[in-house]
Design a protein around this ligand. Structure first.
Ligand SMILES: Cc1cc2nc3c(=O)[nH]c(=O)nc-3n(C[C@H](O)[C@H](O)[C@H](O)COP(=O)(O)OP(=O)(O)OC[C@H]3O[C@@H](n4cnc5c(N)ncnc54)[C@H](O)[C@@H]3O)c2cc1C
Length: 629
């Protein structure tokens, strides 16, 4: 039997909303030349009008999109020098490098500390603000359908007083978000979780309905594992594993158990303590890709408890996993475009003219006027498509060079806030102390992918009675319908059978998972950047066809748009049991990396070595406090 369908059978030639033809955009094609004698802000390219420039609706390759990263890579990887900048006639109190949540929050806190009339310029290399807080907006048949391209939910139980205060000032009510939330991360409420074995990897397409790899909740195993297209021995080992209830560490102290679990990889734990075959243990590898950018074979068993992977039933608990099924665990607070709404609320508070009349109750529905982001009359300006390549500190202040529309430009500022990835800071500020630059390079962000596919309708999902699936053999481990986040003025109910975004979430499998984890990240980053839009398109078509085809889904006709949010530099690197030592207080790399340097302060989630929106905000607050008047 032929396992692989041809591109034609998969509908690869079919018209969908804007394909991305820009994949091979090279630095040379950016035309990095200086315009003869150009001076002043008239040479800064910026969005022309509200209708012409609205990046949330762009499809194709998003996230780290062509045009966003080439200058930074030339600087950091090829040692390219961007000399002879043209001085703009612009002076600021603060320049912020990076328009993600942390950079936007830094601008917010700066105005509180130094006055609302502070002049601030935010420089962002992408064509949209928000960084990982990325809004994906689809329009179909008069309806707007929203999804997120990066950061999704607010981890509100973890919030500091600082973050709670900011959200209150922005008008965000966690209780209202909780009330409107019915998304459940592939675990209903309509349809059960399932596992999809694909023909290319497992020899036949097999969708096992009502099975959660995490094995928690009410999803019985009867007759399910029997259908897995793996060896009989592996199936038996899995059935026995889920059925066990015991404490395998009976008599050991908590510290002893902790030491064992943090010293063994999760997959080795499954084999050694769980009794699984290697083949069965491998089914779990992809479960952690969306959370850590590497497989469960590179993470400790202790860490995987937090990802809700099965283990609790071997530690003396009745339930198989700590967080139930394939959801994030607990009550979830979300906006329909994820934390892009937080970024939009911050931008709105800094530059109200972008969306007059918007607030936290209707922010999801607001159409931002991007032509208002960078106006000379506004105290705060946000300049997109601007990659910072050099920041110099002096007693008098800072000067910041950046590339915009192929030109090297420079502005002066009293202070600069580096809210960008830490790994690039040594290249932006070569004068920083060697120890600090080394610490910044320690931070290798985790590569992630979040691909949204707009389907004509959800009939096939409904017919199969699934809300999503875990796909152990595919690029994206998780596939979930995006519905039921009815907050901030947006409504998309589960009984709406019309157009629906389906999110594919995960990371590329690194070519060699025995390498140190950061080498795996670097290899995956390179693989991710080398992938074309067609690679992603073929992948999602193959999965949707195999999974939904038997329920009437027509792969040639039912895909309306594809937005690939690729993030080679995704989550901030948090330290891992198997790969990082313990550092004395104040000596961890992120603590050294974020030290202020003269008039330059350092934020970003990297500064907290923890990949969360609230960390990005906390670090912005701390970094602004580092600046002297
Ligand atoms: C797929 C995905 C899912 C996530 N899900 C969640 C979640 O559910 N909950 C949660 O709390 N967190 C989540 N996160 C983590 C997310 O990283 C943080 O929540 C937060 O958005 C980080 O904000 P930041 O400002 O620190 O970094 P970023 O969002 O990375 O922003 C930094 C910005 O600086 C820009 N930049 C870098 N270098 C330069 C330069 N030289 N010049 C100009 N600009 C530059 C970058 O391009 C970027 O836009 C997720 C992340 C990803 C990728």
């Amino acid at each position: 039997m032929k396992m692989k369908k041809s591109d034609k059978q998969l509908g690869m030639g079919r018209a969908i909303t804007r394909r991305d033809f820009l994949h091979d955009l090279s630095l040379a094609s950016l035309g990095l030349t200086l315009p003869a004698g150009a001076m002043g802000e008239s040479i800064v390219s910026k969005p022309e009008s509200v209708s012409a420039y609205y990046p949330p609706t762009r499809t194709g390759i998003r996230g780290s999109h062509p045009g966003a990263f080439e200058a930074a890579h030339a600087l950091a990887r090829e040692g390219r020098v961007f000399s002879d900048p043209v001085d703009l006639d612009e002076t600021y109190d603060l320049v912020v490098v990076g328009g993600g949540i942390s950079g936007l929050a830094a601008a917010y806190y700066y105005r509180k500390q130094f006055g609302a009339d502070s002049r601030i310029l935010i420089l962002e290399n992408h064509d949209d603000f928000g960084g990982h807080a990325k809004r994906n907006e689809f329009h179909q048949g008069g309806q707007m359908r929203l999804s997120w391209g990066g950061t999704m939910n607010l981890e509100y139980p973890e919030f500091s007083d600082t973050v709670n205060a900011l959200l209150e000032e922005l008008g965000v009510e966690i209780d209202e978000l909780l009330e409107g939330y019915d998304f459940e991360y592939g675990n209903g409420p309509k349809g059960s979780p399932s596992i999809f074995f694909d023909a290319e990897t497992y020899g036949r397409n097999e969708l096992v309905h009502g099975f959660s790899i995490r094995g928690g909740g009410d999803h019985g195993l009867e007759g399910k594992i029997d259908r897995f297209p793996i060896s009989e021995e592996s199936r038996e080992s899995l059935s026995a594993f889920y059925a066990r209830r015991e404490n395998i560490f009976e008599g050991k102290s908590e510290a002893e158990v902790g030491e064992i679990l943090s010293g063994i990889s999760y997959t080795n734990f499954l084999v050694e303590y769980g009794g699984l075959t290697d083949e069965a243990a491998n089914l779990f590898v992809k479960t952690t890709h969306g959370y850590w950018g590497v497989g469960a074979d590179s993470l400790s068993a202790a860490e995987c408890i937090y990802a809700g992977l099965p283990m609790m039933h071997l530690l003396g608990y009745p339930e198989v996993s700590g967080s139930g099924d394939d959801n994030a665990g607990g009550d979830v607070a979300m906006f329909p475009d994820g934390n892009a709404s937080i970024a939009r609320l911050l931008v709105h508070s800094l530059i109200p003219a972008v969306a007059p009349g918007s607030d936290a109750t209707n922010i999801a529905m607001a159409r931002f006027d991007y032509s208002r982001l960078d106006e000379a009359t506004s105290p705060v300006r946000l300049r997109l498509e601007s990659t910072v390549v050099n920041v110099i500190n002096s007693d008098a202040g800072t000067s910041v060079s950046f590339i915009n529309d192929g030109q090297v430009l420079r502005v002066k500022s009293r202070h600069t806030m580096l809210a960008c990835y830490h790994a690039i800071i040594p290249h932006l500020c070569p004068e920083m102390p060697p120890e600090q630059k080394e610490a910044q390079k320690y931070q290798v962000k985790r590569p992630l992918i979040l691909t949204n596919v707009l389907l004509r309708d959800s009939k096939a999902f409904d017919k199969l009675d699934i809300s999503g699936a875990y796909c152990p053999g595919r690029l994206h481990g998780a596939v979930w319908q995006v519905k039921g986040v009815n907050t901030a003025g947006y409504q998309h109910d589960w009984d709406d059978a019309g157009p629906v975004p389906v999110m594919f979430w995960g990371s590329v499998a690194p070519p060699d998972s025995s390498l140190p984890v950061k080498d795996q990240h670097r290899a995956s980053q390179a693989m991710l950047l080398a992938m074309t839009f067609e690679d992603f398109e073929r992948e999602v078509r193959t999965v949707l066809d195999g999974m939904l085809g038997p329920a009437g889904f027509d792969v040639q006709k039912d895909i309306l748009a594809i937005t690939v949010n690729r993030w080679p530099h995704g989550y901030a690197y948090d330290y891992l049991d198997l790969w990082d030592p313990e550092w004395p207080e104040g000596q961890a790399p992120h603590e050294i990396a974020r030290r202020p340097f003269g008039n330059i302060a350092i934020a970003n989630a990297d500064a907290g070595a923890d990949a969360y929106t609230h960390v990005a905000i906390d670090e912005a607050y701390r970094a602004v406090k580092n600046l002297n008047a």
